[in-house]
Structures are given as structure tokens and as C-alpha cells.
Design a protein around this ligand. Structure first.
Ligand code: KG4
Ligand code: ZN
Length: 337
């Protein structure tokens, strides 16, 4: 079954064609990050407009790259939640009209479920159940993937997502938006022990996290140094920050895997690209006898292929929609239909 999948929940417009949930036939992505960099973060109105401008051309590219005609696909999938509402609506409106014009089924896909499904593309042998650490610009959570369309959240951030904290820290260090990958690079030559940054702990909710205190600590540190006319060691601050994020995420990811009784831990989302996180997880998963799955960097950030992968399993469950499908800005990954 060939599915055309559309993703427009944030600042990437993406269209892909995926066969049977695991084989990518084409994966066209247009990132608007450069346009938002000017403002230090995503401007929702600009995001919606850019999606409108390039979604048709990207769809043509996805068909051309796959060497397929429009009538060759069996269904149209689209990210309908969660995300920026105006941005989501562009993809949803476009997908609905395509499904209607081609008389094909329409499959609504949850964005985070898509991130998790990137692992099915990267690891054709991977099947649920497994634990998944989702760490993106908007979400940080531990999801027990009980089946392809059955999820349970075991823990999540109480405030900012890890990616948000990375982007804020990058802004303070003058690295521009989005800054996660730049912090990662800078941190490689820093001393992670140099700056003492806070680690949050939530009594009675051991698997929940908080990154707003860490974010504020970095901002205050930079401002105090500026006021005193002192230079900050940017490499070491970046390294200390990465270490603090790893301390928050890695032990909880291992604990969540054990609590759920899983032997496999998959990672998903843009922050999963972080090299420090990868190293720490590799080390701690190994010593806990947990098998670790890391999708390649190209599948960690937002893309259409991951939506096409999840769409296949949603379709098998009968999870299709009619042309009255609407976008939703928020929706938990373990929502019940
Ligand atoms: O999953 P994603 O592409 O979009 C959302 O759904 O949010 O994640 C984007 C986030 C951004 O905050 C970006 O700074 C972060 O992922 N990111 C990284 C790295 N590469 C991207 N964070 C840390 N280290 C990286 N190497
Ligand atoms: Zn995402």
C-alpha cells in the first residue's frame, strides 16, 4: 500500500510517499528555519504562509522523486495534531482536497506518533511493544508503545520541552535559531563540569521532568556575566547544559523502560539527534541490558516519511477520516478514539 503523507505542523513543509509503513519511496522536505531565524523563533503566521506557498510544488516533487503518478497512491495521510493551528490547517486542507479529488481514503496522523514511527523506517525488524523517548522542540515524554496504535504516556515535562530549552540556551549564547545542533557542536570542546546547572526532581512523579529552571539558570548566568563584563566560556556552558539535559532524560528513560517491563528503547524527535544524549543512552542502555534504537538524523527532525509510516498502521486499524477532519493544536499521543 502506497501512502502520500503531508506534514506541516511547524516550520517544515514535508511530503513523502511511503510503502507499507516501512519503505520510503520519496521524502521531500522544505525547511523554513532560515526565515524564522530572523525573529529568534517560529512566527506562526509566516509558517502558515510559507506552507501554502510550497506545498503544491513539494507534492509534485514527492511524486516525481518516487516516479509515480497521483493515481498510483492508495491513500492520503496528513498530520492533523498537535502543532501550530494555522500551519496544520494548510496541510489538512490540502490533504482533504487531494483525497477528495483522487477519491482515496484520508488518514489523520498524530505528529508524535509519526516521530515514533520514524523508527519503523530505520529498523524494519522493530515491532511494538517498546519504550520510546520522544524529545522534540515541543515535547519531551516517555511513551510506552504497546502496539502500533496503542500508547501510554509514563512521564513528561511539566513545563518546557528539552528542545525549547536548547533553543533558548542557543539564543543566549548568540547561536541563532534553531540552536540545538549548534549547542551540540559547541559543547564538544567544552568542560561539562565547569558550570553547575540545576537538575529538577518532582516528588511523587519520578518520571516527570522540568526544564524551565535549567533554562532560567543559563539565562541568568549569561546576564550576570554580561553585567560584570566577564567572558563566559561558551563551549563549557554548552557542555554543562547538554550534561544537565542528559541527567534529566537518560536515567528516567531507562527507568521508564524497566517500569513498563520493556527490553527495547527507541528514541524520536529532533533532540534525539543530540550526540551527548546518544552517547549517554548507549552507555546506560547497554549496562541495563536494553536494546537501543536511534533513527538516523534525517528521520529525527520533522519529515513526511514518518507520517506515512504511522499512517499505514492507523489505516490497518480503520482510523480514517472524512472531509470534515479538523486540525487540533493539542492532543495527547495516547488519546482514545
Ligand atoms: O522534532 P523536531 O524537528 O520538531 C518538533 O516537532 O519540535 O525538533 C526540533 C528541535 C529544536 O528545538 C532543535 O533545536 C532540536 O530539535 N535539535 C537538537 C539537535 N538537533 C535538533 N537539540 C539538541 N541537539 C541536536 N543535535
Ligand atoms: Zn516534530
Amino acid at each position: 500500500m502506497k501512502i502520500l503523507a503531508i506534514e506541516s505542523s511547524c516550520d517544515e513543509t514535508a511530503v513523502a510517499i511511503v510503502e507499507d509503513g516501512r519503505k520510503v519511496l520519496s521524502n521531500a522536505v522544505f525547511s523554513q528555519a532560515d526565515m524564522h531565524a530572523l525573529y529568534g523563533g517560529v512566527v506562526p503566521e509566516i509558517a502558515s504562509r510559507k506552507h501554502i506557498e510550497c506545498i503544491s510544488a513539494l507534492t509534485e516533487k514527492a511524486f516525481a522523486d518516487a516516479g509515480l503518478e497521483k493515481t498510483d497512491v492508495d491513500a492520503i495521510a496528513v498530520t492533523y495534531a498537535p502543532g501550530l493551528i494555522g500551519a496544520l490547517l494548510v496541510g489538512v486542507g490540502f490533504a482533504k482536497s487531494l483525497a477528495f479529488a483522487l477519491d482515496k481514503p484520508l488518514i489523520p496522523v498524530h505528529h508524535i506518533r509519526g516521530h515514533i514511527a520514524a523508527n519503523y523506517i530505520a529498523f524494519p525488524e522493530l515491532e511494538p511493544p517498546f519504550m520510546c523517548l520522544v524529545a522534540s522542540g515541543g515535547h519531551t515524554l516517555f511513551v510506552d508503545v504497546r502496539d502500533y496504535t496503542s500508547f501510554k504516556i509514563l512521564g513528561s515535562t511539566r513545563d518546557d520541552a528539552a528542545g525549547e530549552a536548547f533553543d533558548k540556551c542557543a539564543r543566549v549564547l548568540g547561536l541563532g535559531y534553531p540552536g540545538g545542533a549548534k549547542i551540540d557542536e559547541l559543547a564538544k570542546t567544552g568542560d561539562a563540569m565547569k558550570y553547575k546547572l540545576p537538575r529538577a526532581h518532582i516528588d511523587g512523579a519520578e518520571l516527570d521532568m522540568s526544564f524551565s529552571g535549567l533554562k532560567t539558570a543559563v539565562i541568568n548566568l549569561a546576564h550576570r556575566a554580561e553585567q560584570k563584563g566577564e567572558e563566559i566560556d561558551r563551549e563549557s556552558l554548552a557542555a554543562s547544559f547538554c550534561e544537565a539535559v542528559c541527567d534529566a532524560v537518560v536515567p528516567r528513560a531507562i527507568a521508564a523502560t524497566n517500569i513498563a517491563g520493556r527490553k527495547k528503547l527507541a528514541v524520536a524527535g529532533g533532540v534525539a539527534a543530540n550526540s551527548f544524549l546518544r552517547k549517554r543512552l548507549q552507555k546506560e542502555a547497554k549496562s541495563s541490558g536494553i536494546e537501543l534504537f536511534f533513527p538516523p538524523l534525517s528521520l529525527c527532525g520533522d519529515n513526511g516519511a514518518m507520517i506515512g509510516a504511522q499512517a499505514y498502521f492507523e489505516y490497518l486499524q480503520g482510523n480514517t477520516a472524512k472531509t470534515d477532519l479538523n486540525a487540533k493544536a493539542t492532543l495527547p499521543v495516547d488519546f482514545q478514539r
